[in-house]
Design a protein around this ligand. Structure first.
Ligand code: NAD
Ligand code: WQD
Length: 345
């Protein structure tokens, strides 16, 4: 039996994928990592940074995972498991350009699954999202994996359809072994400050927006509403450090590589919600100055409060978060201050 397992990371040059890459490479040669990415939302320089952090090389293919070229990766490597992160993720953009999202997110996933079948690769980890829980009411919290699924935008639909495809594969093929990870709100960065989220343009998500205010690229944060039924009126979310999230993938892989499970679903979240104002205050402590903000109208489609019940991941994967909100803010600021222009320094 080979000791080192080869893991194909699709979308591995991105924000979350690069952190998973580091976690896998740091596990004493247990894993060899093969990254496939088309850099549609990432920067080639991330590969040098991963090497800086780990001292190890990543085998890399610049390929669109929708294309026929993907087969080359399966021909040239004996792959033990696939972690599929390759997708577009901007909710607002998906409402304006739904076909772009259905095309990229679903065709890439299907191409991958067809090749896995052809090359008898059975282990699959899928990047899903808390967005599949649709509209959440306050009395349904915390959300566990049995919460009914639905979607409110095309991006969310691609994730829910992606889950459905996997469910059907698992019913049809007893060898197919799959873990669906539903991420809550990943923020933070690797403690080295060498990799992190490179948000291009005006960010849609709150943390990259805050860090751009901190470096002076944007004047203040617009807080979308302060009249929700929450601790201070602003929206509450379950923020999770991206390194904790990456470690959750390693646990999921360990489970898949050692067990025949069919398909399983896990929330990856901290299990605790923080408001936008609490996030701003925590970030301001890390930053050493106050982040300016203005209260504006609610953003359509936003829920008041969402947070996970992560107990299934704790019980079965032996995973739970280690980093606090202050750690997340410190590491987001460390990354942004060291890389004000992202990977272009
Ligand atoms: P990201 O955009 O930083 O990473 C995605 C990577 O996939 C990028 O490097 C991009 O270039 C690549 N990619 C996209 N389409 C591709 C294609 N057709 N072929 C090859 N490469 C392709 O995003 P992220 O935040 O790292 O998210 C990773 C995954 O996690 C996505 O599937 C996303 O939907 C999911 N997710 C993200 C969040 C979040 O808040 N960041 C939350 C829940 C789920
Ligand atoms: C967080 C809080 C906003 C921006 C989204 C996707 C979800 C998942 C994670 C991929 C909310 C408030 C935000 C701003 C603000 N992604 N906010 N001003 O909406 O919880 O989740 O990212 O799967 O699918 O929907 O995250 O960071 O956009 O918002 O006040 O400029 O910050 O109202 O309360 P969200 P977010």
């Amino acid at each position: 039996m080979r000791d080192t397992k080869s893991i194909l990371l699709a979308g591995g040059a991105g924000y979350i994928g690069s952190h998973i890459c580091v976690e896998l490479l740091n596990r004493d040669n247990k894993y060899k990592v093969i990254v496939v990415d088309n850099f549609s939302n990432s920067n080639p320089k991330v590969l040098d940074r991963i090497k800086d952090i780990t001292g190890k090389d990543v085998k890399f293919y610049e390929i669109d995972t929708r294309s026929n070229e993907l087969e080359k990766v399966f021909k040239e490597n004996k792959i033990d498991a696939v972690i599929d992160l390759a997708a577009y993720k901007a909710v607002g953009d998906s409402v304006k350009n739904p076909l772009k999202y259905y095309n990229n997110n679903l065709i890439s996933q299907m191409n991958m699954l067809l090749l896995m079948k052809k090359y008898s690769v059975n282990n699959f980890v899928f990047s899903s999202s808390a967005t599949v829980y649709g509209e959440v009411k306050a009395d349904e919290l915390p959300i566990n994996e049995n919460h009914p699924t639905s979607t409110t935008n095309p991006y969310g639909s691609t994730k829910l359809m992606g889950e459905q495809i996997l469910q059907d594969c698992s019913i049809s093929d007893p060898d197919f072994n799959c873990i669906v990870l539903r991420y809550f709100n990943p923020i933070g960065a690797h403690e080295s400050g060498k990799i992190g989220e490179e948000a291009i343009g005006i960010p849609a998500n709150v943390m990259p927006y805050i860090t751009k205010v901190a470096i002076g690229e944007l004047p203040y944060l617009n807080i979308f509403g302060n009249d929700y039924d929450t601790i201070d009126g602003t929206g509450v979310r379950d923020y999770i450090h991206v390194v904790d999230l990456a470690k959750g993938h390693v646990k999921a892989l360990e489970r898949l590589l050692n067990n025949r499970i069919g398909i399983e679903y896990f929330n990856l979240g901290a299990g605790k919600g923080f408001s936008v104002l609490e996030l701003i205050h925590a970030f301001s402590r890390a930053y050493g100055k106050q982040i300016e903000y203005k209260i504006v109208d609610r953003r359509p489609g936003d829920a008041a409060i969402i947070y996970a019940d992560p107990s299934k991941a704790k019980d079965i994967l032996n995973w739970q978060v280690e980093y606090s909100l202050d750690d997340m803010c410190r590491d987001s600021w460390n990354w942004q201050s060291k890389n004000p222009n992202g990977y272009n320094i």
